[in-house]
Structure formats: structure tokens, C-alpha cells
Design a protein around this ligand. Structure first.
Ligand SMILES: O=C(O)CCC(=O)C(=O)O
Ligand SMILES: [Fe+2]
Length: 453
């Protein structure tokens, strides 16, 4: 088909970068494509059937692993892919194809195709029947009929800033108040091109690359009431932290000899000598605590657990003890788990522990702590004045208090306390992590998870 017979529409929706080309496929081409996909295996999702070609699609990350290429796109789509490439508005080769099959009542939830995973242009061809796709950006909403054999091209603003979805219904209200039933079947071919570089689009609010960058920045509360607080109290804190928790020791003892174990948030390094036959990669956000480890002749480096300085799949096991409760948002807590899962090899296990809301002696703990909001608290640390680094200086993250016999500075420590089930849910919400055990121990919630990717 020559480009001249293609009727351009969609620009009138006011969505910049959206183009709808009607009659993009001939009836013969449509039949060929449908026969080809029907001859292949479908994957059943909860409501629709799908096929993925080029790269496997992972719905948890709404994208693909660029290293897991299945192969080139199937031969039967080659003519379509070259015709799309020849269009001025496309001008690129596609290497990933998702085929979706919809029956009446089944739609697609609002989403923006993951910025960091795919390039600037997406193309979706409608076969076997039409649908109505809706687009949302803030309070703006537009509906567009996608006729059978048309192709929808989403580029720039339409691709990056507008959410698209197909309402889950059996009829669509079209113009003049007419209710038009959905066809018995619609099959769409969505073509994308994998991208390996971070997204540099102009729409940061919908951009996962930017959101991830943002997550790397230490928020003020963690900088002041975690990092600097530990720097200030490190030697005193360390002098109170020598007993090792039996559950952590049990976990470490379950790991194979010769393993590489990441200790993310290693504190004063009290677990680093547990397994002489394994290698520990120890890190902590607090330089003060890292210095304590170094003074004990351990190797440790100052690094944020949300940016572990290790290669993917480089560790066999990990521990992250009493760290995640110091992270001040759900997104950042997820990022910590995701980082641990990333550095673990597939099947590698991590033990993660966090202080519980369900404290065993609430009168001595929660009742005395300063509630910030929800399950977030400031927990005091009393640092005797003779242990302060700068005895005459007032550390900005502490308040001085004087008792008749001694004087000390009180440091506030930020904690998000976990409720029953919360840590497990958090772990399971992270792609590539799956909780395999969960228990309560000494006012802590503990989860052992496995890296699945
Ligand atoms: O069915 C369609 O046309 C769109 C599919 C889609 O948006 C997607 O798979 O991301
Ligand atoms: Fe999409």
C-alpha cells in the first residue's frame, strides 16, 4: 500500500505526537497476520491473551530485559515493520512486538509505556475489530476510535506524557449518543524499539528514569537523622552493639562456603567475622560507622544501599539488618530491596530485618518515642558528653541536656516502624524479589527473600 492512500487523522484530538492512519493494512494482510499469530502459542493473562516477540515482556517492570533477546521479529511482520519505518513520523526499526487479544468487556489499564525501556515512537495496529482508546493527561481526557486495520502512532508528547487505556466495557458511547458494541475480538500488534540509554524526554513527571534519579538523592530527613546522626554517635553506638542476633547468624550459617555476601548497612561490622570461609562486601551510609569497621580491620566502604556499588548478580547472599526502617518513603524502601535483588544472582537469598510497630515492651519504647506521622518516629539516642567529638560544639542534629551528674546530647534517630505483613508486601512488590520466609524476632519483622531474575 502506498502512503498516499493513508488517511491521516488523530491530530484533531489535540494530542501532540498522536497520529492515526486508517486503512494501513489491507484485508489480505490482516488475515495473514491473524492466521500467523493464531498458529503460535498465546500466553494467558488474567483477562486477555498475549504474545511477545523480539524480547520477553515482564509485566512487573512493564518492560523488557535488553539482555534477554528472544530473536528477530517474526517474518510475517517484516512488511509491516518496513512500511512503518518508511513513514516520516516513524523513521525507525522496531524490535519488540506485543500482540494483545481483547474480547468484549476487556480493556487495558491506564499507563505510559515505560520511558526508559522503549524509544520515542510506538505503533499499534488494530486487527479483527475496532476499539475505543482513551487518553488522559492531568484533568484532560480524549477518546479516539481506532478502526479495524488502522495504525496508531504515539510519539513525543502523546507517547511520553499522556496515559492511554482501553475502558473495560462491552459497549462504547460514540458520538450522537449511540452505544456501539465492542467487536467479538480485537487483536492489536504493538511495535516498540528497545532503548538501553536513560530517557531524556521533556516530561519528567511521567519519566521512570527521572524518578529513579530522584530516588538516589538522600532526602533531608535521612541525611540529618540517619547519616549525620550515625556519624556523630558511631563509636558510642558501636560500644553498645556487640551481641549478634542468633537468627542472623543462623541465616549466615545456611549460606554455602565460598559465597560472596553483601552486608548492606553493615553498621559496626558485627556480622563480618561470622563466616571466615565467605567473602563479605560491607558498606554503610555512615562514614563514622565505616571507620569503626576499618578500625576493627574489616574492609568496608561508605555507600548508600540504594546505590550499591556492585555489579548485577555479583553476590550469592545478602544481609540488610536494621536498615530499611531508616528509609523515609515506600518508593525508596522498594529501591533498597530492588538494589539488593539486583546485586544477587538468580536464586541468591537475602535476610532483611526492620523494627516492628508491635514492640514487645511498648511502655519502654513506642510510648516514649516522638511520633512524627503515621508509623514514623524519632527515637532518641543519649550520647554522653564525654563521647562527643566536639564537646563544646552543639551538633545541629542534637539537643543538649544536662542532668545533675552528667551531661549528654540527645540525637534524634528517624525510624519507620513496620507493621505485620508490611515488609513481606514491600519485598513482593519489587520485581525480581520473592519472599520465601517471614518471621517476628525480638520486636523486629524479618523476611528472607530470593532473587528471581
Ligand atoms: O492494544 C493496543 O492497541 C495498545 C496496547 C498497549 O498500549 C500496550 O501494550 O502498551
Ligand atoms: Fe501502551
Amino acid at each position: 500500500m502506498s502512503e498516499s492512500v493513508i488517511k491521516r487523522k488523530g491530530v484533531e484530538t489535540g494530542i501532540r505526537g498522536l497520529i492515526l492512519l486508517e486503512g494501513f493494512l489491507t484485508e489480505a494482510e490482516e488475515q495473514t497476520l491473524l492466521r500467523a499469530v493464531d498458529g503460535k502459542g498465546w500466553e494467558n493473562l488474567s483477562k486477555r491473551r498475549v504474545q511477545h516477540h523480539g524480547y520477553a515482556f515482564d509485566y512487573k517492570v512493564r518492560g523488557v530485559n535488553p539482555r534477554e533477546k528472544i530473536g528477530p521479529l517474526p517474518r510475517f511482520v517484516e512488511p509491516i515493520v518496513s512500511r512503518l519505518k518508511a513513514l516520516d513520523d516513524v523513521g525507525q526499526e522496531f524490535d519488540q512486538l506485543t500482540v494483545n487479544e481483547y474480547v468484549p468487556g476487556v480493556g487495558l489499564s491506564p499507563h505510559v509505556d515505560t520511558h526508559s525501556m522503549f524509544t520515542n515512537v510506538l505503533a499499534s495496529v488494530s486487527l479483527a475489530g475496532h476499539t475505543v482508546m482513551e487518553f488522559r493527561r492531568g484533568h484532560e481526557k480524549q477518546a479516539l476510535l481506532l478502526p479495524r486495520r488502522s495504525v496508531l502512532i504515539l510519539a513525543s508528547e502523546a507517547r511520553y506524557a499522556w496515559r492511554h487505556y482501553i475502558p473495560h466495557r462491552k459497549t462504547d458511547p460514540l458520538e450522537e449518543g449511540r452505544a456501539v458494541p465492542r467487536p467479538t475480538r480485537r487483536v492489536s500488534f504493538t511495535f516498540r524499539r528497545i532503548q538501553v540509554n536513560p530517557c531524556i524526554c521533556d516530561w519528567p513527571d511521567e519519566c521512570d528514569t527521572r524518578k529513579n534519579e530522584q530516588l538516589k538523592i538522600l532526602p533531608g530527613v535521612e541525611d540529618e537523622y540517619v547519616r549525620r546522626m550515625y556519624d556523630a554517635i558511631a563509636p558510642h553506638f558501636s560500644s553498645t552493639r556487640f551481641s549478634r542476633w542468633p537468627k542472623v547468624v543462623d541465616f549466615l550459617n545456611s549460606i554455602d562456603k565460598g559465597s560472596v555476601i553483601a552486608d548492606v548497612g553493615c553498621g559496626n561490622g558485627k556480622y563480618l567475622s561470622t563466616r571466615k570461609d565467605c567473602m563479605f562486601l560491607a558498606s554503610d551510609l555512615s562514614v563514622g560507622l565505616v571507620n569503626v569497621c576499618v578500625e576493627k580491620s574489616f574492609d568496608a566502604l561508605a555507600a548508600d544501599g540504594l546505590n550499591c556499588p556492585y555489579r548485577d548478580s555479583s553476590c550469592d547472599a545478602a544481609i540488610c539488618i536494621a536498615v530499611v526502617h531508616h528509609i523515609s518513603s515506600v518508593e525508596r524502601r522498594k529501591r533498597l530491596i530492588a538494589e539488593i535483588a539486583r546485586v544477587l544472582r538468580r536464586g541468591g537469598r537475602a535476610l532483611i530485618t526492620a523494627w516492628a510497630m508491635e514492640q514487645e515492651k511498648p511502655a519502654k519504647t513506642i510510648a516514649k518515642w516522638e511520633k512524627i506521622d503515621g508509623n514514623d518516629f524519632f527515637v532518641p539516642w543519649h550520647l554522653p558528653s564525654h563521647r562527643t567529638q566536639r564537646q563544646h560544639e552543639q551538633d545541629p542534629c542534637s539537643v543538649s541536656k544536662t542532668t545533675p551528674d552528667d551531661s549528654f546530647q540527645v540525637y534524634k534517630r528517624y525510624y519507620h516502624l513496620f507493621q505485620e505483613g508490611e515488609l513481606e508486601t514491600l519485598v513482593n512488590s519489587v520485581p525480581g524479589a520473592r519472599a520465601v520466609d517471614s518471621f517476628f524476632d525480638k520486636s523486629n519483622w524479618c523476611v528472607i527473600f530470593e532473587a528471581t531474575a
